[in-house]
Design a protein around this ligand. Structure first.
Ligand SMILES: [Zn+2]
Length: 331
C-alpha cells in the first residue's frame, strides 16, 4: 500500500481560515505551524525492543509533502501508514499492521510518534528491520534528540488540520477519554491535553498533568518521563514472552510504595507525564495535526485509539481545516 496520508473521507470541502501574523509564536517550532514539515536529513539509531528483546536498526528519512508518517519493515519490504485505522493491538504498546498483510506489524510506535508531533513533523519514512521500535531509555527524549540532530525543514504545502467541533467521549468503566473543541479562538493548530491517573500502587497513586503541546512545552515538561510497569506484572509478561528487553534502564518499576530504580524518579508526576506522552503519540495517528482539547482519566493506548475511531465515525464532531500560506498572509 502506498504511504500516502489519507484523511478520513467526507463530503464537505475543507474550510479555509487565515492565520493572523500574531498567531505564530516564536520558539514554538514547527509543531503549531500552518506549513508541512519533514526532516532535513536522515538519521538513525540502534536499540532493543522492550518486548521482543530483539536488536533493531531504525532510520528516519525525510519524505515529500502529503506523504504523512509511515513505517517500512525493511526485512519484509512492507510500508505501513501511521494511522489510527491501521492500529491492530493496544495491549502493551500501540501496534500498527499492513491491512493487506497482518503479520507485517510495527509496535511501540507511540514515543517516536509523540516526538514527531511535538516537533511538528508531518512527513517522514521510518525504516526498521524488525517488529518493534527500540525502547531506548523508555521515554520520548532520545527520539526528540534524534529529530533535533536531523533538523526540521519547512515544505511548500499547507498543513491539513483536524479541528474538533463537538465533544466526543469513550469510556471503559471508570476510565474515559474525550476530545472537545478548544475554548477561545487560538488560530493556530493547538492540542491541549489533560491526563489524570489513579493507581492502587502507593508509589503512583493519583496524578495529573496538563500541557498545551508545542516543541518547547513537550521538551521541558514530559519528554523525559519514562514508561512504567508494576513489579507483579513483569513476571507474568515475561512468562508470556513479553518484556524480554525490559530493565530498570528503560522503565520505571513500581512495587507498592517503592520505586525499584536505584536513582528513583526523574521528576514529580513522572507517571502521569508519561501517560500524556503516550496520548500525544496515539492521537497523532489522526494523520493530521489536531486542533482541540483532550481530557482523559486512566486512559491507555486502547481508549486513545477508540477515541479517534469514534471521532472520525461522526462527521458532526470534526472538520478538516487548511490555511493559506502564512507568507502570503504576512506579506
Ligand atoms: Zn509509553
Amino acid at each position: 500500500m502506498d504511504a500516502v496520508t489519507r484523511l478520513p473521507s467526507r463530503a464537505a470541502s475543507p474550510m479555509v481560515i487565515e492565520p493572523s501574523a500574531a498567531s505564530v509564536v516564536a520558539g514554538h517550532g514547527a509543531s503549531q505551524s500552518w506549513r508541512q514539515h519533514t526532516l532535513k536529513s536522515s538519521i538513525g539509531c540502534v536499540g532493543v525492543g522492550v518486548h521482543s528483546g530483539r536488536r533493531v536498526v531504525l532510520t528516519l528519512h525525510p519524505a515529500a509533502a502529503g506523504h504523512g508518517i509511515a513505517f517500512r519493515r525493511t526485512d519484509l519490504s512492507r510500508t505501513i501508514a501511521a494511522r489510527y485505522d491501521n492500529v491492530v493491538d493496544t495491549r502493551l504498546s500501540t501496534v500498527i499492521a499492513d491491512p493487506d498483510w497482518a503479520s507485517a506489524r510495527v509496535g511501540m510506535i507511540e514515543h517516536l510518534m509523540a516526538a514527531f508531533a511535538a516537533k511538528g513533523v508531518d512527513n517522514a519514512l521510518v525504516e526498521l528491520d524488525g517488529p518493534e521500535l527500540p525502547i531506548l531509555d523508555g521515554s520520548a527524549a532520545p527520539y526528540l534528540f534524534l529529530l533535533d540532530c536531523a533538523g526540521i525543514a519547512e515544505q511548500d504545502a499547507a498543513r491539513p488540520i483536524i479541528e474538533v467541533t463537538r465533544p466526543v467521549r469513550v469510556t471503559d468503566g471508570a476510565a474515559f477519554a474525550e476530545l472537545a473543541p478548544l475554548r477561545g479562538h487560538a488560530m493556530r493548530p493547538t492540542l491541549e491535553l489533560e491526563v489524570s491517573i489513579d493507581f492502587a500502587a502507593a508509589a503512583i497513586g493519583q496524578q495529573s498533568h496538563t500541557l498545551r503541546l508545542n516543541t518547547d512545552s513537550f521538551r521541558a515538561e514530559v519528554a523525559r518521563a519514562r514508561t512504567f510497569a508494576l513489579a507483579q506484572e513483569i513476571e507474568q509478561l515475561r512468562a508470556a514472552g513479553f518484556a524480554q528487553g525490559g530493565s530498570l534502564d528503560n522503565a520505571i518499576v513500581v512495587d507498592g510504595a517503592t520505586v525499584l530504580n536505584p536513582d528513583g524518579l526523574r521528576m514529580d508526576s513522572e507517571f502521569a507525564r508519561h501517560k500524556l506522552v503516550d496520548a500525544v503519540g496515539d492521537l497523532s495517528l489522526a494523520g493530521a495535526a489536531l486542533h482541540g482539547r483532550f481530557v482523559a482519566h486512566r486512559t491507555g493506548h486502547g481508549l486513545n485509539n477508540r477515541l479517534l475511531r469514534a471521532l472520525f465515525a461522526n462527521p458532526a464532531c470534526w472538520r478538516q481545516v487548511t490555511a493559506r500560506s502564512f507568507d502570503a498572509v504576512a506579506a
